[in-house]
Each structure stands twice: as C-alpha cells, then as structure tokens.
Design a protein around this ligand. Sequence first.
Ligand SMILES: Nc1ncnc2c1ncn2[C@@H]1O[C@H](COP(=O)(O)OP(=O)(O)OP(=O)(O)O)[C@@H](O)[C@H]1O
Length: 666
Amino acid sequence: MSLFLVNRYLGEEDDGSVSRESRSQALLAKLQQKAKEKQKQSLTEQRQQLPEEQTVQQNVRKKRKADKDSSQEPQHHKKRKSEVVPLHVLDSENHDEPVKEEKKKEKGVNETQRKKNQSDSSVEGLSDTHVTGRDRQEDTAEEEAEEAAENDSTEKTSAPAGFTVVGAFENKPVQKVHRVLPQWLAQPDVIHRDIKSNLVPVSDISGLCAPLVKKLQNNGIQHFFPVQVEVIPAILESTQQGLLIGCGGYKPRDICVSAPTGSGKTLAFVIPVIQVLMKRVVCEVRALAVLPTKELAQQVCKVFTSYAEGTTLKVVMLAGQKSFAAEQASLSEHRGGVRRTLADIVVATPGRLVDHINKNSGFCLEHLRFLIIDEADRMIDSMHQSWLSQVVRAVYRSGSRSETMSIFKRAEPAYVTAASLSPPQMPLQKLLFSATLTQNPEKLQQLGLHQPRLFSSIHSHSSTTPAAPTQKQDRFDFPQGLTEYYVPCTLSKKPLLILHFILRMKLSPILCFTNSRETAHRLFVLLQLFGGIHAAEFSSRLSPGERKRTLKEFEQGKIQLLISTDAAARGIDINGVKCVVNYDAPQYIRTYIHRIGRTARGGKAGLAFTFLLGVQEKNFLQMVVEAGSPGIQKQVVKPENLKSMEARYEQTLQELANVIKDEKTR
Ligand SMILES: Nc1ncnc2c1ncn2[C@@H]1O[C@H](COP(=O)(O)OP(=O)(O)OP(=O)(O)O)[C@@H](O)[C@H]1O
C-alpha cells in the first residue's frame, strides 16, 4: 500500500533551491527507512511470541539459508537435511500430545513467518537482499520433506492408539483342544482287576434265581469273578419291572463292558439273559448274540445251551456250520397256516445273520429284547458290512404280521411325546463286551447306544481324557497271572527256538501264532519233518470240521504245539494253555493282547513269549509299554543251547524245500 502511495505521493514542496531529482531520492530513502523499521518491529513481536526453542530453530534455518546462499555445492543440502532429521526423530520419539500441539504451533508460525518473509522480500529486494527462485524452491522442498517426515513419525506413533483398524486381525495364539470324554466313558463302574482276591459266592448275588445258582454250582462255578459280580446284577436290574420297561419306567440303559481276556465276560451276559427269558410264555427271538467268527459263535452257543438246559428256552446258532435250509428250519415252522418261532436265543456271525434277515421270511427280530455284541471293538470294525443297521431295521420293521397281531407296537426311538409313550414298546437293549473296547466316542457312536453305562477294569486312565495328547494309542488291562517275555532272535533261528521251548524247556502245550497261514504251514511241515513233537496247524487252510477237531485235540492234550494264524487269537477259550508264543511279532497292540490272552485265563498263571528281530525290538517294546503292560522281560536263549539241534535242522530245511515244491506242483 505504501509503495502504491509512493508512486503517487510527490512529497512536501521544498523551497525552490532543492532540485526535483534530489527530492525524489530523499523520498525513496525515507520510504526504505520506514520499511526497515516496520520489519524490525514485526521481528521483535515474533521473538516475543515464540518460545526459545523455536527461535533457535528459526535461527538455524536462517543460518542454513545464509549457508545455502553462500555455497553452491549440492552435497551441503544433503548434509543439512541429515542434520535436521534428528530433530524430528527426537520429537517423534517423544509421544506426548503437548509436543504435537507445539509442533503444530511451530509449523503455523513458520508458515506465517515464511509468508511474511516472502512479502518482506519484495521490500528487501528493493534493499538489495536477494532470495533467488531456486533457493525458495529448495527451501519449500526441504520444508515439505520435513513436514512429510514429521507426518510419518506422527502416524507411526499415533496410529495404534485408540483406533480399531477394520479388517486387521491380531494373531491370537491357538488354544489347544482339550479332549473331554462323555461322563459315562470317563467315570465307569469299576471292575476289580484281581480275580482271585475278589471272588464272590454265587449265592451272594441278589436277584439270581435258585435253579440257576444250582446249575452254576453243578458246573463247578462256586464263585463269581469280579466282572460277573458287577454286570449280572446290572442287567437283571434293568429287567426288574419286566421286559417292557427299565428302571423307573424308562427305556433300559445300554451296557458296555471292558475287562481283560479270560476274566469271565461270557457268563456275565449268559446268566442274566437266561434268567430273564426263562419265564417267557411264547417263544420268540428275544436275545441275539453276534460274534466275529464261527468258532466263537460255537463257543458262546455252547455256554448258552448249557445254562438253558432244563428250561423251555431254545438256543439256535446261525454261523454257517449247517446249511442255510437247516438253519432256517431251526428258526421257525409253519403249522396250520401259522408261523411259529422255534428260537429264543440266536447266536450268529454277522454274514450269516444278514443272510437270514434278507432271505428268510421266517426269521423275525421284532421281539428282540437283548442284542449282545461280543468282541465289540472287532464288530465295530466290521460295521462296513452294515450288519447292525440291518438288525435294527428288522427289529423295528413295521406292517408285518406280528404288528397287527401284537398289542405292543414298536417304533424306532425318537423324540419322546405323549403318543410315543403309549402304548408301551418292547425296548432293545444293547450289551457290549470286549477286552479291548475302544474309548473312542466317535467309534462307539456308530452303535447308537442309549444312555450307556460302562463297566471297566482300566482304572489308570479313566480320567477326563481318553488318552494324554502325546499318547498314540489306547491303554488296556492285562491278565494278572500273565508273565510277558521277548526273545531276541534272527529269522533263521526261530524254528530252533520253538524246538528248544518244547524239547528242552518242556513248555507244552504251546499255542504259537504266525502272521500268515503260509508261515504257519511251513513251520508245521518243518517240525513234522524234524520229528519228536506232536504239532498241528490251525488256519483257513483247514475246513471248519478239521478246525473244530484240531481245537478239541489240542484241549485234550493230544497236540503239544498248535501253530495258528490270528483265527484263534480272539475269544477262543482253550483250557490249559500254559504258554503262548508269538513266532511272528504282531503288528497291532489289540492283536497282541488277544493272542497272549489265550493263556492266564480265569485267574490262572501263564507265559507269553514274543520272538523279536533286531529291527522290531524298539517299536514293539514301545507299543507294549504304551498299552499299559505291567512289564515285558528279556529272555535270551544262548546259541550253545541250540547247537545240538543245528545239524538235524539244516538237513530238515533241505527236505522242507522239496516238500513245499511238491505241494506247489500238485
Ligand atoms: N466264575 C467262574 N468260576 C470259574 N471259572 C470261570 C468263571 N467264570 C468264567 N470261568 C472260566 O474262565 C474262562 C474264561 O472265561 P471267558 O471265556 O468268559 O472269558 P472272556 O472274558 O470272555 O475272555 P476273552 O476276552 O478272551 O473272550 C472260561 O474257561 C470260563 O469257563
């Protein structure tokens, strides 16, 4: 404004002695003087306003400006920049809010100062102070860089505080899944492990009828084993109100039993089932026992038949021992146009059972009250045959003859409603038994159990978890009277070891297991050629009749060594087996437990030897220990003990090669 006025204001009129030129120069000098005064005044005002630090910074800038002006080298700029940055760094490290405020103020002041300087510069330009365009640009760039750095550092420090960044998920540590068993699995009814010291007289069991007590005593059973003491009353209790309703009027609970091999599980279900059914009036299939093999079905059928003797109950076996037509005839008959059931208790293998369900119209399961699944873990594994779903469908079959005639209609269990509770239905109660019952709830779920109740002798791990997270396998209970050994050996020495056990150690009768029927047969032929021992083989090479005869002879003591595949590993109850030898180490712990369980049965003592090759030792021993074995001892057979048999053995091996060759060409 003053400049504008300058152009038009001509000043005071002096006397005529002063020339026009000198007057205008004087006027210019006056104006310059005024401009300088104004500049000084505004500077002092600013100094008063700014804190000391800002003044210092300003001075630094001014000094830098001056340096910039005086120097032409570009590297100086770089150096200066690096000198300025630490100021911001220092500031940015200080996270306090007031500092930020101060910075903003400082920035604002610097901005006004810059503008002022710009406007002043035009005056200064008049007073020979030069600020080039380039310098101004550099200065602005420098300030922008500083500003950016400042913003950066401010963002870095302030972003996390108080704001939720949408879409940003924190990496939370993944919590370990704590496996929890259902209560019925975690807290079972405990079965005592020690048979001998927990025997209970048969007459002491409440609810057991006198004829059965007498029959038991006649069969040489004076005391019940622990599993029988627990399970027999539990099954009887569930039928106290009759066959139709369980305790308190509810559907009876299913029962699962996990107890060691040879602990007497068979009688634990045979006795109560016989007692409950012996009062029946009309003959219908009310109990069905399913077992994995013919031999086992035969064995259980024998026990049922023995205790059904003297009652009107009829026991029928469906395991393919007889022809289908013969089995059909034993199940039902037609008289006067009416079908009559001839069986109260059916003992079956899954395959033959399904055949009768599908092809035999005379086979009716609509009155079934007890479904007994023995060797339950094995039967769960064979569930791919869908035998259970077929049984359940047959049990709840609708629209059949019996439904129209029967006063009791039956429908598959579903939601409880007033309608579903009346009229009363015949409940289906499942009874599961095994020495190696799985604790895997998912597997057990396949059985569709109703409020199951578990009886178990495995106390050590009956906690809340099925197994420790690091534990790879289930734990089982081993028979009390069993002593386990492993014998380190080589492949070629195995037959010599068997000979040593029978001829030197006199351990017979021995039940010896191989992993294949070929190995069983080769060993059998080899020992026959060697001579001196009475051996037999037991595998699918034999017909069912031959197998039955062989087992009988072995039990009678006519066979010293029975060489078997796993066909005889499960459930088979052979009296008087002193010793089991695993000629081939079993691959799975369940196989091991069932094999060695053929000895030390019913509280008696027994020995189990496992021949181990060097490479098998570590894994096998670990598997056995993890399964809960009380201890497996090392048994070394010295080479000198085998020496006297070696020459004959070498000769026999050559003969064996010829015999096997002949057999193959035949
Ligand atoms: N109370 C008892 N008194 C005497 N002997 C018994 C008694 N209960 C069962 N036994 C006998 O004990 C042996 C083993 O019984 P059982 O076959 O029922 O065992 P298990 O538990 O079913 O074995 P596995 O799991 O191997 O099938 C049989 O010879 C049986 O006769």
